[in-house]
Design a protein around this ligand. Structure first.
Ligand code: DLL
Length: 445
């Protein structure tokens, strides 16, 4: 799929420039308002759930006169997609829907999302902008190890890479030995997959005697799950690459909602298509830029399945300072937690990302861990298992004790909780080809 309008010659060879990233703010707002009015009208006219909810509040599409009026509209939440399973939120007839994706979720039915031809074009252009901001260009050979299939990662990245003119190697996830062989034999310069899967590839390459730092691999585009700055350091050092964070969710489009640029300091939201708000998840009030809260997104151009004020559950803030890269579209902070991945241990709120930060702050740990929650005599316990290097594990009892002490202290300092800590051998903790599972909650089983 070629998107010629996004191409420009900027003097570094043929390089894609993503014009909407640099729109003057007034022009961007004008575009956003125009699209917002159209999408609200489309949702109102075609999706019974949106119409009922707007009618209940005495709203019509004409109620939207400014971007601030968005705050009048009702929110959409994940259960709305489940309750209308499979096609109840579609605003296009099936004859115009050319693609379906689905997100598995933890229980029951998946949520289903739909795309028209135009939606796929917008998605590919958003992914083109994603890869362009990570410095990927025509001539790059990019291994796309996001899962192909119902998950949006594989195909979402695939069409963005083709649009930018890079050579895609569509490996999908899994078969790590072959991934490493192709990476080496093809002279792959870029990789896209989940950060946890890439850590596994680094580890497997070491075992196979392949030093990724000596390959032409230059850049990684990682997302679909939270990953800390500590994780980024391990990746960048382990593979000798630049690692960029990308964000998205199926309900809004898939990957391509936001992406880091060369500044690696927050993710630019492609807000000409995906309008961000931050709300207080308790009061549901819109918060000013800069304040942390729940990210709410409205799709401004999605035709098959418009989403109005979708509550993502992802916690972040909008960064107010302009970015050194010159893009005018706003940035969000990296997403370190979701409001629903928090667990409560003896009255204290804990997020898995806090444990990751605590573990990786201490030298000698490997970036593979899991959290096991149990209940004994009515009291919640948090167990943390983390892998340590084989050398440490084998013979240095004193060093292990010292590491154990430092890690326990680090976890307690960050979370306020004393964890039952176990240092385990490399490969003890299950690896994932997609999103890593960090928490095993065994309190009710
Ligand atoms: O994970 C889409 C995607 C694919 C994004 C590939 C990036 C790369 P879902 O499976 O619907 O879609 O999961 C969406 O994953 O609400 C976040 O909680 C989480 N997530 C996605 N990207 C990031 C990230 C894809 N960069 C959910 N950092 C979202 C933290 C992320 N969490």
């Amino acid at each position: 799929m070629m998107l010629r309008e996004n191409w420009n010659d900027v003097g570094q060879g043929f390089h894609p420039v993503s014009a909407p990233d640099y729109l003057p703010t007034a022009q961007l707002h004008e575009l956003q308002l125009r699209r917002l009015k159209a999408i609200v009208a489309r949702a109102y006219e075609n999706v019974p759930l949106f119409r009922e909810r707007m009618d209940e509040r005495g709203l019509t599409p004409a109620s939207i006169e400014s971007l601030a009026d968005l705050a009048k509209l009702p929110f959409t939440i994940k259960t709305d997609l489940r309750d209308t399973y499979p096609f109840g939120l579609f605003a296009s007839p099936m004859s115009e829907v050319v693609r379906l994706h689905a997100s598995s979720g933890t229980t029951g039915k998946p949520i289903v999302v739909a795309y028209t031809q135009e939606d796929l074009q917008v998605w590919a252009s958003a992914m083109l902008r994603t890869f362009a901001s990570a410095g990927i260009h025509r001539g790059d050979i990019v291994q796309n190890a996001y899962g192909y299939g119902l998950f949006t990662g594989g195909l979402g990245a695939h069409y963005g890479l083709e649009a930018i003119g890079a050579t895609v190697v569509p490996t999908s996830g899994g078969n790590s030995d072959r991934q490493i062989m192709l990476m080496r034999d093809f002279g792959v310069t870029g990789i896209s997959c989940t950060p946890s899967y890439f850590l596994h590839l680094i580890e497997r390459a070491q075992e196979l005697g392949v030093d990724l730092r000596e390959l032409p691999l230059r850049v990684g585009v990682f997302g679909a799950e939270p990953w800390s700055d500590g994780m980024r350091e391990r990746i960048e050092e382990g593979a000798g690459i630049k690692a960029y964070d990308i964000y998205g969710l199926s309900e809004i489009t898939g990957p391509g909602v936001g992406a880091e640029c060369s500044a690696q300091n927050g993710l630019h939201i492609f807000e000409d298509h995906f309008y961000p708000e931050i709300i207080n998840p308790e009061t549901l009030e819109v918060l000013p830029d800069g304040e942390e809260g729940e990210l709410v997104l409205t799709t401004l151009s999605k035709r098959a399945m418009p989403m109005i004020r979708y509550r993502t559950r992802d916690i972040t803030r909008i960064i107010t300072e302009p970015c050194s890269c010159g893009r005018t579209i706003r940035r969000i902070d990296r997403i370190r937690r979701r409001s629903d991945d928090m667990f409560i241990i003896r009255g204290v709120n804990v997020f898995p990302s806090q444990i990751e930060t605590a573990l990786l702050a201490v030298e000698g740990t490997l970036p593979h861990y899991r959290i096991i929650l149990t209940r004994s005599k009515g009291l919640d316990q948090m167990g943390v298992e983390v892998e340590v290097s084989a050398e440490l594990f084998s013979d240095q009892v004193r060093a292990m004790e010292e590491l154990h002490h430092r890690l326990a202290h680090s976890i307690e300092r960050i979370t306020g909780i004393r964890a039952g800590l176990r240092l385990v051998e490399p490969h003890t903790i299950p690896r994932s080809e997609g999103k890593a599972r960090r928490v095993w909650d065994e309190r009710n089983s």
